[in-house]
Design a protein around this ligand. Structure first.
Ligand code: PLP
Length: 328
C-alpha cells in the first residue's frame, strides 16, 4: 500500500488523522498543489512548487519546507507509490488552534500532507469526440489565482456539470470567460488562440503556460486578453486544459455544438464522422507553420478536421511531454 506523508511521518492512509481543530478542516484555511507524475517523474515540478509558494504567500502562510525538502518528499513518494503514473497531492493548512477563532493563532504549526493517487488521463474517446460542457456564472471569490483548499464554489459548479451528464462547467464573470471549475479554457477563432489573462480571476494553470509556450514554438498566433461570453460561444474551437486532463476539445457548450461538424459528443467514433487519424510522425516532429491548419488528406469530414488546431496542439503537447520525460 502506498503510504502518505503527514507532518513528518510516512503512514498508511487509514491511520492518518488530523485534529478537528485544524483550520483546514474548520475553515478550509490552507493551500494545495497537484503534480502529475509520468513513469515516476514529476512533470514541471519546479513550476508546481513555485505556484505552491505563490499560494502560500497569498494566504500569508510561511512555507514549512525549502524547495530541496519538497523535492525529497515528492521524489520519495513518486518512487515508492504503487503506480507508475501518479497524481501527487500536496496540502498545507494553517494547523490547529486551541479555540475556534477566525483570527490566526499566535503560534502556527502548519499541517503538511502529501499523498499519491493513480493518474487517470482522459480516455481516448474524449480526445476524439470532445466533451460536453455547461456554463454558469462564476460564483467563486476574487482570489482565484490562489490554489486554496476552500473549494466549495468549485465543487458546486463541477456538480452542476455532472448533474447534466457533462464533464465541466465553463465560468463567466461580468460577461467574460474566466475558466472551468477545475480547468483552464482556451478559445480558437480564425486561426488565433485566445487566452484569458492570468490575473486574480483565474488560476495560473501550469498547462495554460505549456499551451502558450507550444503555440509560440510552433507559430500559432496567440492573443491574451479578456474574452467575451459571446466570443466563447461562437468559437471555432474551445479547449479545456489541466495537468490531469491535458488538453481536451469541447464538443458542446450548453447543448450547442462547437466545431465544424455538429456531431453529438456521446456518439462513438465512426458514427457520423470518420475515425480520427493518428497524428503522423512528420507532424509530431515538425516545427513548421505550414501544418497548422491542415485537415484530413482526403477532405472527408473527420474528427481531425472538427478541431484541427486542437489536434495539432495535442500532438505538440505529447511530443513535449515525452521529450521532458526522456530528458528529466
Ligand atoms: C480552477 C482551475 N483552473 C485551472 C486549472 C488547471 O491548472 P493546471 O494546468 O495547473 O492543472 C485547475 C486545475 O486543477 C483548476 O482547478
Amino acid at each position: 500500500m502506498t503510504k502518505l506523508y503527514l507532518n513528518g511521518e510516512w503512514i498508511n492512509p487509514a491511520e492518518a488523522k488530523i485534529s478537528v481543530m485544524d483550520r483546514g478542516f474548520l475553515f478550509g484555511d490552507g493551500v494545495y498543489e497537484i503534480i502529475p507524475v509520468y513513469s515516476r517523474m514529476p512533470f514541471r515540478l519546479d513550476e508546481h512548487l513555485a505556484r505552491l509558494q505563490q499560494s502560500l504567500d497569498g494566504v500569508a502562510l510561511v512555507n514549512p519546507h525549502s524547495l530541496a525538502q519538497w523535492r525529497v518528499l515528492i521524489l520519495k513518494l513518486a518512487t515508492d507509490a504503487q503506480w507508475e503514473d501518479q497524481s501527487i497531492y500536496i496540502q498545507v493548512t494553517r494547523g490547529t488552534m486551541a479555540v475556534r477563532n477566525h483570527a490566526f493563532p499566535a503560534v502556527i504549526q502548519p499541517t503538511v500532507m502529501l499523498m499519491a493517487e493513480p493518474l487517470t488521463t482522459p480516455p481516448e474517446a474524449m480526445r476524439t469526440n470532445g466533451i460536453a460542457t455547461v456554463s454558469a456564472i462564476d460564483t467563486r471569490w476574487l482570489r482565484c489565482d490562489l490554489k486554496t483548499t476552500s473549494l466549495l464554489a468549485n465543487c458546486l459548479l463541477r456538480q452542476y456539470a455532472v448533474a447534466q451528464n457533462c464533464v465541466e462547467t465553463i465560468l463567466f464573470r461580468d460577461g467574460l470567460l474566466t475558466e472551468g471549475s477545475a480547468s483552464s479554457i482556451f478559445v480558437i477563432k480564425a486561426g488565433v488562440l485566445f487566452a484569458p489573462p492570468k490575473d486574480h480571476r483565474i488560476l495560473p494553470g501550469i498547462t495554460y503556460d505549456i499551451v502558450l509556450e507550444l503555440a509560440a514554438t510552433y507559430g500559432l498566433p496567440v492573443i491574451v486578453r479578456d474574452i467575451a461570453e459571446t466570443e466563447t460561444r461562437n468559437a471555432d474551437e474551445l479547449w479545456l486544459a489541466s495537468s490531469t486532463k491535458e488538453i481536451l476539445p469541447i464538443a458542446t457548450l450548453d447543448g450547442k455544438s462547437i466545431g465544424r461538424i455538429g456531431v453529438a459528443p456521446s456518439l462513438p467514433v465512426g458514427v457520423g464522422e470518420t475515425k480520427a487519424k493518428p497524428e503522423t510522425a512528420a507532424l509530431q516532429g515538425s516545427r513548421t507553420k505550414d501544418v497548422l491548419f491542415a485537415v484530413a488528406d482526403d477532405g472527408t469530414p473527420s474528427a481531425t478536421s472538427r478541431w484541427p488546431i486542437h489536434t495539432k496542439m495535442l500532438a505538440w503537447y505529447q511530443t513535449y511531454k515525452h521529450e521532458v520525460m526522456r530528458h528529466g
